[in-house]
Structure formats: C-alpha cells, structure tokens
Design a protein around this ligand. Structure first.
Ligand SMILES: Cc1ncc(COP(=O)(O)O)c(C=O)c1O
Length: 307
C-alpha cells in the first residue's frame, strides 16, 4: 500500500471507498490501450472552506469527452458534480487536485469497446504548485520537435488518456534537453500549447492566445483568463500565433488548472522580454489567485463550496 495513501478515499462507481480497495485487473482495457478519459480540477481553501473552481465547466467537458469517444458514463452533470463534492468532502482536504476518470473496466484482450463495462472514479489528492518554486521565477521551455496532435488524428478537444502520449513525448524531450517544459506547434507550424497547459503571449499591452483552429484543448483556465482580462479592459486576441512571435513577445505564460499561471522566461535559450516574469502576467496571476480563493465577489459564481 502506498504510504501516502493512508486514509485516502476514492469515489468508485457510486460509492466512497478506501483508496486501496479501488483496484482493477492489470489487463484492464484502458490500461492497455489508453482508452480512459479524465478531468483535472482544483479546489482551493477559502474563508468558507474548500471551494471547487469552475466545477460545472469541468463536468461538462468530461461529458463532452465521453460523447466524442461514445463512452456511456451513465451519470448526469448533477450526479457527477455531487460525487465530486462528496469526494472532496471525504478527503478532508481544502486544497486539492481532483481527478475524475472514466475507463473500460474490462480485461478482455482486443481494442473493441462494444459491450465493455465503463467505470468512473474520482480521486482528490493534495497538490501544490505544478512547477514548484519555478512558478514564481518563471520556467525555461523548448519548442518541441513533436507536433501537437490534431483533429485529423485524434480529437484534440477531448481529454483522453491517449492524447497525453503526445504530451509525454514532448515533456520527456524538453526535460532531457535541460528545459522545464515543452511548447508544441500545431499541424501547420503555428503555436499550439504546452503538454498540459494553454499558452498566452503579451505584446504591447495586448494579450494573445492561439485560437480554436490551432490544435488546442479549450482550457477552462484559458477561458477564465480571457474573461478576467476583458473585464479589466485588456484587449485579448485569439488567433494563429507564429513560432517566432514567441521569441519577440514582451511576456509569455502558461495557463492551466495544474500550472495555474506560470511565467515562461526563456524559450530555446532566448530570454523573453527582460528574462523575468512579466508585469501583466503577474498581475493576472494575482487576480486569478484572489478569485480562486474566494476573495472576488464578481467571480463568486465560479466557485462551488464543499460544505
Ligand atoms: C493539453 C492541455 N491543454 C490545456 C490545458 C489547460 O486546461 P484547463 O485550464 O481546463 O486545465 C490542459 C489541462 O487540462 C491540457 O492537458
């Protein structure tokens, strides 16, 4: 038993069980073929206890991913949301990462999913800054030699396990070359996203981010930041971003549930701006932090309180 799993609970097919009771056969379809689908959600501590950030939007994306993969989850949005809240409550954590996961719980050899049982679990685990201390000082990225998958090959807007093999290849390559993270280009060579993050650049006070045609996952953090920036009167443009625009940007940052807002200060050995986290990046990071911790009335609707 994993030492750090002591006392941990998991929601599995409708019941909260001990983490160590939630077991599957080693030949499970989704383990063999990467056919699982998932979400990544965070809960943050607030004055009113743990609050889950943009729960409805994450549940909706989970359902859309299931639909794209013709996977019958058998739960409504409300049932899944209630189960996620119950899981966080059972975890006793007020700051956590929540992982809803659906998979073919069947150990027959063969790729067909017809008639195979679908199981859903939800886990909530302690989780800090994805890039650790680098979140404050900024990270060094490498443009990957691997292109982002695109919808000719796999549904890029679905959050499926299989999609992350592409992310893993890019991340492995970046780390092996001494960088902290990769940036993937789209099928036509424009900027797409990080292995698990959307990307933004700041140029002359304007915020730019790759558009839906750039082979990206439509991130919920991305959507939140577009809303926040526009409300602050910052112009936001969603368009194709050329590779070289990264090098000449004033600021570049990643945005995602895990990464939150992480400044990128160097790409391919070239300093971005003055080589330090940018002013607008840090202002948006501070605002985002304040919103997720329940300190901004205007964004109260984005939080689901656990108690
Ligand atoms: C490939 C990819 N792009 C972008 C994101 C950011 O999405 P979100 O902000 O919804 O977490 C993620 C994380 O889920 C991701 O895996």
């Amino acid at each position: 038993m994993a030492e750090n799993a002591k006392g941990r609970k998991v929601w599995l097919d409708g019941k909260i069980v001990d983490y160590n009771e939630a077991k599957v056969p080693i030949l499970t379809h989704s383990l063999q073929y990467g056919s699982g689908i998932f979400e990544g959600i965070r809960a943050y501590p607030t004055k009113r206890g743990a609050a889950i950030f943009r729960l409805q939007e994450h549940v909706r994306r989970f359902q859309y991913t299931a639909k794209i993969y013709s996977m019958r989850l058998g739960y409504s949005d409300k049932e899944l949301s209630d189960a996620i809240v119950a899981t966080v409550k059972a975890s006793g954590l007020d700051a956590c990462y929540i992982r809803p996961f659906a998979f073919y719980n069947d150990d027959k050899i063969g790729i067909s999913t017809t008639g195979k049982r679908v199981s859903v679990y939800i886990a909530a685990v302690p989780f800090g800054a994805y890039f650790g201390a680098a979140k404050e000082r900024g990270i060094k990225c490498k443009i990957s030699s691997w292109r982002r998958i695109n919808s000719d090959i796999l549904p890029v807007q679905a959050k499926s396990s299989g999609n992350y093999i592409n992310s893993i290849m890019a991340n492995n390559e970046a780390r092996a070359s001494g960088f902290e993270e990769a940036i993937l280009l789209s099928r036509n060579g424009s900027v797409a996203e990080g292995p698990g993050e959307n990307i933004f650049i700041v140029k002359e006070g304007e915020l730019l981010t790759p558009d839906v045609g750039s082979d990206i996952l439509l991130g919920i953090t991305r959507n939140s930041l577009i809303t926040i920036a526009e409300k602050l009167g910052i112009s936001v443009v969603q368009r194709e971003i050329h590779h070289e625009e990264l090098y000449t940007a004033d600021e570049v940052f990643f945005a995602g549930t895990a990464a939150e807002i992480t400044p990128i200060v160097n790409i391919d050995g070239m300093g971005i701006g003055d080589g330090k986290p940018g002013r607008l990046t840090m202002m948006l990071a501070k605002k985002y932090d304040s919103i997720v911790h329940g300190n901004e009335r205007a964004y109260a609707g984005w939080l689901t309180y656990v108690r």
